[in-house]
Design a protein around this ligand. Structure first.
Ligand code: PLP
Length: 400
């Protein structure tokens, strides 16, 4: 009998983990690789946050915490939701977990019955479909048009909804496209949800602070407060505060759902790390200049990446408005041959070609549910981004 459970066989490891292994191997062989696969800021966590964590540990804050998270941290999260979006949640309706990833996972695990459908705009963060599958649900990817930055349209949403739809999962700004939904776009989508009272909304707002437009990020509940009774908000400190390794994410929603997620958490991981919670408390309630400083650096890199990639023959690039990714379409390069005569049939072939012949590591778009594309992360130095683009320009010109 196979020791591995069937549900594990439904899912696959994350592609960035696989990319890391290949990059490490090439570097061992002495090859120079510019790694544009990473999904995390390349900055150290700001020092005032480190100091707060050390002080908490030294004070003896090293024991189990409340399963839903330290009340002081939940109060700071409440303030953040109020300040950012004008949304007021009592601390009982807030849960702290081991990264936004665990909030999403627990939200699905607490609600999805076998065969329930979850609508996921494609391209999507790679973990969403696998988390749905792991919980017995059916991911329903919905793809839109590259020209509109693959943003979900009201018509496509309406067509995807069935009597089995449990959730719509919205991620703005989006990983992997960097697309940001405007107030009007959100209002149109929320109008559709209003017509389908059985559909819940999960908003993954992990990149909300990495918005390069003149307007602040708008939350769907600002345009449709009536949907609050069926919405789970997901956020965290990983991306905005360069704190991916601390593993702090949080959610807010109707108390019955938060309680169910807390029960699940109490029987799996318990409350997350006490020292990390102290760090997150300082991140949210301490000086906020670091967030704007990171955003400005990412914006300059975004501009460099868009300019450089636009000069790569055969790529179509839409300017992203947030997060730290660019998502070019590469269909014009498919069907060409390398100088050695190898056919570039898929986006994965092209990504492999850029790795070998340009020394640039990327992630193929098929991993995100949209073949004929790939993701470029600009969580890297300006110098590396510029060099990577030049190398890709030269390599693309050699394709016949
Ligand atoms: N949601 C999206 C869209 C992400 O890109 C990521 C991380 O890459 C996460 C959630 C997970 O965030 P965390 O590190 O807080 O678990």
């Amino acid at each position: 009998m196979d020791v591995i459970a069937d549900r594990i066989k439904r899912i696959k490891p994350s592609p960035s983990g696989a990319a890391r292994t290949i990059i490490a191997k090439l570097r061992e062989e002495g090859r120079v690789v510019i790694d544009l696969t990473v999904g995390e800021p390349d900055f150290p966590t700001p020092s005032h946050i480190l100091q707060a964590a050390a002080a908490a540990a030294n004070r003896g804050e090293t024991r189990y915490t409340h399963v839903q998270g330290m009340p002081t941290l939940r109060e700071a999260i409440r303030e953040q939701f109020l300040n950012d979006f004008g949304l007021d949640y009592p601390v009982a309706d807030i849960i702290v977990s081991t990264g936004a990833k665990q909030v999403i996972f627990n939200g699905l695990a607490a609600t999805v019955n076998d065969g329930d459908e979850v609508i996921i705009p494609a391209p999507y963060w790679v973990s969403y479909p696998d988390m749905v599958l792991l919980n017995g649900g059916k991911p329903v990817p919905v793809s839109a048009y590259p020209e509109t930055h693959y943003k979900l349209t009201p018509g496509a949403l309406e067509r995807a909804i069935t009597s089995r739809t449990k959730w719509l999962l919205l991620n703005s700004p989006c990983n992997p496209t960097g697309a940001l939904y405007s107030r009007a776009e959100l209002a149109a989508l929320m109008n559709v949800l209003r017509r389908h009272p059985h559909v819940w909304l999960m908003t993954d707002d992990i990149y909300a602070h990495l918005n390069f437009t003149a307007e602040r990020t708008v939350h769907p509940l600002e345009v449709a407060p009536d949907l609050k009774t069926r919405t789970l908000i997901v956020n965290g400190v990983s991306k905005a505060y360069a704190m991916t390794g601390w593993r702090i994410g949080y959610g807010a929603g109707p108390v019955a759902l938060i309680k169910a997620m807390a029960t699940l958490q109490s029987q799996s991981t318990s409350g997350t790390s006490s020292v990390s919670q102290a760090a997150a408390l300082e991140a949210l309630s301490g000086p906020q200049e670091c967030v704007a400083a990171f955003r400005d650096i990412f914006k300059a890199r975004r501009d460099a990446a868009v300019a450089g990639l636009s000069r790569v023959p055969g790529l179509e690039v839409v300017q992203p408005e947030g997060a730290f990714y660019v998502y070019p379409s590469c269909t014009q390069l498919l069907g060409r041959r390398t100088p050695e005569g190898k056919l570039i049939d898929t986006d994965a072939d092209l990504v492999a070609y850029f790795l070998r012949h340009a020394g640039v590591a990327l992630i193929d778009g098929t991993a995100y549910g949209v073949p004929g594309t790939f993701r470029v992360s600009y969580a890297n130095s300006l110098d590396n981004i510029e060099r990577a683009c030049v190398n890709m320009q030269l390599a693309a010109k050699r394709l016949l």
